[in-house]
Each structure stands twice: as C-alpha cells, then as structure tokens.
Design a protein around this ligand. Structure first.
Ligand code: N0T
Length: 547
C-alpha cells in the first residue's frame, strides 16, 4: 500500500546535504544524521584487517566508519578493477550497523601519489609531477596533468558505478575525494606546461564567481597568485571527479584539509583548502559539499578558530579527522555546538600503529574511552540532536585552559592573602564560560565540588565540556561532562527574579522523550553538576514578578 511504498522510497533516498538559515544537515534515509564517526588507520583498508577495526567501532558507540579505498587496490592493472575489498567492507559494515565514509586515496594522499597504482606512480612521463621554482621535481602530482585526471577519474567513476550497483541501501553515506590534496614544499607547479597556464588569463568562471578583474594569475592575485593557482587547479581536479561521480550516484562529497596555523601561518600544504583559499575552492569545486578541517593541534583557541573558519553559511562543519589523544576529545562539544554534522578521531583501530605526537602515544581502552564516553551519550539521541542542530539553536563549550596554564596562574606558596585571593579569582575566571542562550545564559565552570559555591579550579586534566540545545523559549536540552552548568537570566530579563520550573533527567526512545526522574534539591541548588556518567536533562526555567 501507500505507506509501504513511501517508507521504502524514503529508506532508499540517497544521502544529501540540505541547508537553511545558515544551518546544515546531512540527510541519511531522509532525516538529519549525526556522524559519530571514527577513522581507521591508513593501511586498514584490507579484508583481513577489518577485524581490528570493528571492536573499536563497537566500543566507541560510533555509527560511522571512515576508511580508505585505495586506487592501487581497485585498479592494480590498468583497466582491470577489483572491488572485493569494497564488497567485504560493505557487508561487514551492514553487520555492524555502521554507515561508511569512503576515503578516495587517489592522486593525492597528503601530497604524494603513494596510493596510486604502480603503473601511475612509476610513469613520470605520462603522469607529471610538480616542479619547484628551482627546477626540482617533487613526489606530488601536478593537478594540470591531463592523463592523471583522466586516469584517476576513470577509477573513481568505476568505484561510484560499483556503489550504485551494490549499495542501494546507502551504507556509504559520503565520499572524501583525495586525502589532504595539495603539495608540501612548493606553492605550485612551475613546469613549463604549468607556467603557460599561469601566465594566461584566469578562467572566466573564477572571475565571475569571486568578483575579481580579468587578467593573468599574477596580475589578478599578486603575491597570492602561486598558491591560489595551485589551489584552483587541485580543486578543479577534485571537482571533475566529484561532479562526474555524482552524475552516477549523487552521494555527498568533500575534501579534507591539512590546516594552517590560524594565528601565525608560516608553513603549510599548498593547494589544499586552507582558510585563505576556501573561496577559491568553493568557486572551483561546487560539487564538493564541504571543505573539512583535519585537527592536529590541541590548543583550545586554535581549535575554536578552526571550527569557526570551517562553519560557514556555504560550508557545513564536519571534522573528518581529529587527533585521538585525550586533549582532543572535549572538542566534540565545541564542534557539535557549532552545528557539526560529524566528528571523527583519527587512527581508531588496533592495528599496532599510533601517530604520536599527532595523536595518542598508545592505543588502548583509555584512548577509546576518552571519546566513547561522549559518543555513548549522543548515540541514543543522535537523530534528535541532528534535527535540533538543523532546526534550533545549539551551543557547546569545552574546558578552555590546560593544567599547565592554570599552574602558571597559581599564587606562590609565600604569597600574601590578597595575592592568593587575586590568583584564585584569575583561575576561576579562566575556567568560567558564559553561553548566551537568548533569554537565558548558561554559565559553565570546571573543577569544583558538586555542592556549594567554591570557585572553579579546572579539572585535573582539561577534559570537561557541555552541550545545550534550545527546545523552546525557556526550555533546553542539556548534557555535560565534568562540568557545572548554571542557568542565569540574560540581560534581556535581568529585571525579573527567576527559578527552575522543572528539570527532568531522561532519554529518547524512538524519538520520544522518556523521563526517568526529576532533579531537585542538592542536584539543582548548586547548578547542574555533571561528573563522568551520562545524564541528559530537560531544563525548564521560569521568572516571577516582584512587586
Ligand atoms: C593526516 C594523518 C593521516 C609535524 C596523519 C595530518 C591522514 C592524514 N595528516 O596521521 O596521514 O590520512 O589526513 C598531517 C599533519 C601534518 C602535521 C605535521 C607536523
């Protein structure tokens, strides 16, 4: 009947990004989806290795696995394709209730063609490399190599054709085109072939889209010309794959970015979608749904700046890689607070490799648990969260100051009473955050007893965070980790007295809120105090009139 048909149609709808009012959702099976993801290591893309991936996936409470598909493995001999790994992966993913983000390791894997088949990477004539200003040849393919584009695209389209054929269920929900595409060690290709393009007028499409005057690259972009040129042609290369791939099966696609320091950029991978060339990528690669930050600096200000740079009206925030060591886990809260559609610590499998110092120095239960403890809370309400984050206001915060930085603020043992008080005030201020929720503010503090008013001193190790979604004018959904959350009137209602109307702890079951208990008394008198265990609260605030 009608119901069955419409439900069937919905289940089969291809994942897609939708945007409205500057907010974004990744629609999977017709509804907003939050990717509680993790990324496997760089050589885990083989059938025999998957057994080291799934145990982590289960422990993480993840719903999405990001894992490579290498050009060298699907087309070892030119024109002969082998999708046995992809088929095994799809089957096992379904058994584990996992959705997949496939990472196309093609012409660029962090700069190099390491994952291209031997017939590509050994043939420098047919597949030219980037030549530096001084005439050195790098192991990074030129984006202007026509044969490179044709061959990479042909393989990529075979993959998309295969997915169209074998993945009607859309186990694969998104595809990453290349990996940290770009070139380390040169601003662009300076070969004779590339120079000719560089000194020709920039494409009319770019002139129109970013609103610049016509002219050659150096004429139009001056000192930025080299990098913008490289970015444009790498983006264009990815666009060729993405647009043709989408014509076969319109899956969401994105590029991941080796970021540059947002405050003091000195050295970075050129050509990738770093913050200074996002506009070039957007103009050149409209078929990419997102440019996505790979986060490998645990500094709080830096991470927050990156999240801001990559959440834009024209760009859904997605964190496809973040270091898997402890300091990074709390940024889950900031990412979701900025409306992220997904988050994925990198290197989450037990294949006996750790990418320390980028990530954790050991892969053990604790490494997994640092992230699992947050995914565990969101997993049962991932759909509800994704919907709230698409339709309502959401906020997130994480503990801003490391233990080391706090130590520097502490008073010396021989300090006077006044000096000690001043130091403790400074520390308290450093670990207090105020979120402007409209009528209400949420004050988030870290490292204080659950009872009474002692000032916050930060957790032993900076690890706390809080997450809030608006339900109605005075009602919020709240969860947090090692933090106190206090609701206070904002300036909008500062003249009213206020109180808690009701705070329910509960969970979602099939999209419906199920109350477990009411928080009151000690549990609410000194703010809402979260330790390590998951609690999800519905908080309703109220005001009362004073005569
Ligand atoms: C990331 C990962 C993987 C000295 C590093 C980060 C992943 C790739 N690249 O484990 O290789 O496939 O996307 C590059 C960070 C460079 C920082 C160098 C600091």
């Amino acid at each position: 009947g009608f119901m069955l048909n419409s439900m069937g149609a919905q289940a089969a709808s291809t994942p897609e990004f939708v945007s409205k009012n500057g907010r974004h959702a990744l629609m999977v099976d017709g509804e907003p989806f939050l990717m509680l993801a993790m990324q496997a290591n760089n050589s885990s893309n083989y059938p025999d290795t998957l057994k080291y991936v799934w145990p982590s996936f289960e422990k993480m409470h993840a719903n999405t696995l990001e894992i490579p598909v290498a050009w060298e493995q699907i087309e070892p001999t030119e024109g002969k394709f082998d999708f046995s790994y992809v088929d095994t992966l799809l089957q096992q993913a379904r058994e584990h209730n996992a959705r997949l983000v496939l990472l196309w390791f093609g012409s660029w894997k962090n700069n190099a063609p390491h994952y291209t088949p031997a017939w590509v990477k050994l043939n420098n004539e047919r597949f030219p490399r980037v030549v530096t200003k001084t005439g050195d040849t790098l192991n990074s393919l030129s984006p202007l190599g026509k044969n490179t584009l044709a061959a990479d695209k042909k393989a990529f389209l075979q993959l998309m054709t295969h997915l169209k054929k074998v993945d009607e269920k859309n186990t694969v929900i998104m595809v990453q085109v290349q990996n940290e595409a770009g070139t380390w060690g040169a601003d662009r290709d300076y070969s004779t072939m590339a120079n000719a393009v560089f000194n020709a007028p920039i494409p009319a499409e770019l002139v129109k889209k970013i609103g610049v005057k016509a002219g050659t690259w150096p004429e139009v972009f001056g000192k930025d010309a080299d990098e913008f040129f490289h970015a444009y042609y790498i983006a264009k290369f990815c666009e060729e794959l993405a647009s043709a791939g989408k014509a076969i099966k319109p899956l969401p696609m994105y590029t991941n970015v080796a970021l540059r320091d947002p405050f003091n950029p000195t050295f970075w991978e050129k050509g990738g979608a770093t913050d200074n060339v996002i506009h070039i990528w957007k103009a050149a690669a409209p078929s990419l749904d997102a440019v996505a930050p790979d986060i490998y600096n645990p500094d709080h200000k830096t991470v927050l700046k990156w999240l801001e740079q990559y959440s834009r009206n024209d760009n859904p925030l997605f964190v496809p890689e973040i270091g898997n060591s402890q300091p990074y886990a709390r940024y889950f809260f900031d990412a979701l607070g900025k409306g992220a559609v997904g988050f994925a610590p990198f290197g989450m499998d037990d294949t006996d490799y750790v990418n320390y110092p980028l990530g954790a120095d050991k892969y053990d239960e604790e490494t997994i648990e640092n992230f699992a403890q947050h995914y565990r809370v969101l997993a049962p309400m991932a759909r509800e969260w994704a919907k709230l984050s698409f339709e309502n206001n959401v906020w997130g915060a994480s503990e801003p100051v490391t233990t080391d930085a706090l130590k520097k603020l502490a008073a010396k043992p021989d300090a006077t009473k006044e000096e000690k008080e001043a130091a403790s005030k400074k520390i308290a201020e450093a670990v207090t955050q105020t979120l402007d929720l409209g009528r209400w503010n949420a004050e988030v503090t870290y490292g204080r007893p659950m009872f009474f008013t002692s000032p916050p001193v930060g957790n032993d190790v900076a690890s706390g965070g809080a997450l809030i979604a608006q339900l109605s004018e005075n009602e919020y959904l709240v969860t947090a980790f090692k933090a106190r959350v206090e609701f206070k009137p904002s300036t909008e209602i500062k003249d009213s007295k206020y109180m808690i109307d009701r705070i329910e702890e509960g969970h979602f079951e099939k999209g419906k809120w199920v109350m477990e208990r009411v928080w009151n008394g000690d549990q609410t008198d000194w703010g809402l105090n979260f330790a390590k265990r998951p609690h999800v609260l519905k908080v309703r605030m109220a005001t009362y009139k004073v005569k």
